[in-house]
Design a protein around this ligand. Structure first.
Ligand code: GLN
Length: 298
């Protein structure tokens, strides 16, 4: 095989354009960084660098996988989220930039407590959300669950790599969870089974259980909303990521169950993406002993 320079390889888009999974220039830069064992800065600064035979062969193999539609994060084996480098494998959903909104909102509503704040993340996958919160609040007691033991292994490794403290639990939603939390959050599966989005070639590589959730995509969300009150402290907060067209349904589910202060927030693309609700707690009274106004029927 003919040896090529980094500059030659970066001219590849001309050759692959028109291909259904044509990688962008950033993808090529990151692949080149990976095969040369350097960072992207090196790749950008050294178009004259001549790839070794091994590097060239590896580059071609990785590029071929990319052209077959495999997501770049799985090929590289990592993805950045909230400024953290996370290991990802096909056992976990690739963390999306939109999900940073969930982290942002958890931080914006972070409870003020004199003791350590307790947090539960359900369906943690790579651990992205729990680890992002742990990086911001190392003193918090954060628990993260997943039904997939393969995902939990990836999440545990991420925690170890980053030196962050999260307690990981194998659980089907709340089934193996005990205790109550100030904050519960989740990016559960929320795509409807017949949503054409599920046929998107990029999604074929990701775990179906992390994406698909019943006929309207609301099965997991409804279950979490139903069961969370048994695990929230009084005034505890539930935050959920959901589909762009599920905001009204999620608000309704929360309202029906008795959550309060319900609001939906939009992601960077201006789509409804996160809805939160506060669990008042059964015995809650206002300062003067009367039930909160919002509890009286109107
Ligand atoms: N937002 C993801 C997507 O568009 C879905 C993630 C999820 O179901 N939690 O593929």
């Amino acid at each position: 095989m003919e040896r090529r320079t980094i500059g030659d390889c970066l001219r590849q888009p001309l050759l692959t354009s028109g291909h259904p999974s044509a990688p962008g220039r950033l993808d090529l830069e990151l692949l080149l960084a990976s095969v040369t064992g350097r960072n992207r800065g090196f790749v950008l600064a050294h178009p004259e660098y001549l790839l070794s035979y091994n590097e060239s062969r590896l580059y071609h193999q990785l590029l071929e996988r990319r052209l077959q539609g495999e997501p770049l994060a799985y090929i590289l084996g990592y993805r950045e989220f909230w400024g953290l480098t996370l290991k990802v494998t096909p056992a976990v959903l690739i963390p999306r930039p939109d999900t940073e909104l969930l982290v942002e909102q958890a931080l914006a509503h972070w409870p003020e407590q004199s003791r350590a704040v307790t947090v539960l993340e359900l369906g943690t996958g790579s651990g992205a959300i729990a680890l992002a919160l742990a990086s911001e609040h190392p003193e918090a007691q954060i628990t993260a669950s997943d039904l997939s033991t393969a995902a939990l292994a990836v999440a545990r490794q991420n925690a170890a790599n980053l030196g962050l403290r999260v307690r990981f639990v194998h659980s089907d939603w709340f089934d193996a969870i005990s205790g109550r939390f100030d904050l519960i959050l989740s990016n559960p599966p929320y795509v409807a089974v017949d949503d054409p989005h599920l046929r998107d070639p990029a999604l074929q590589h990701e775990p179906r259980m992390a994406l698909q959730a019943g006929p309207r995509g609301l099965n997991a969300i409804a279950r979490i909303i139903r069961e969370a009150p048994d695990h929230l402290r009084p005034d505890g907060l539930l935050l959920l990521e959901h589909g762009h067209d599920q905001g009204a349904a999620v608000r309704q589910l929360l309202a029906n169950k008795g959550y309060q202060n319900i609001q939906t927030l939009q992601d960077l693309g201006n789509s409804d993406r996160v809805t939160l609700g506060c669990w008042p707690g059964a015995e809650r009274h206002t300062e003067d002993g009367a039930l909160p106004k919002s509890w009286t029927s109107s």
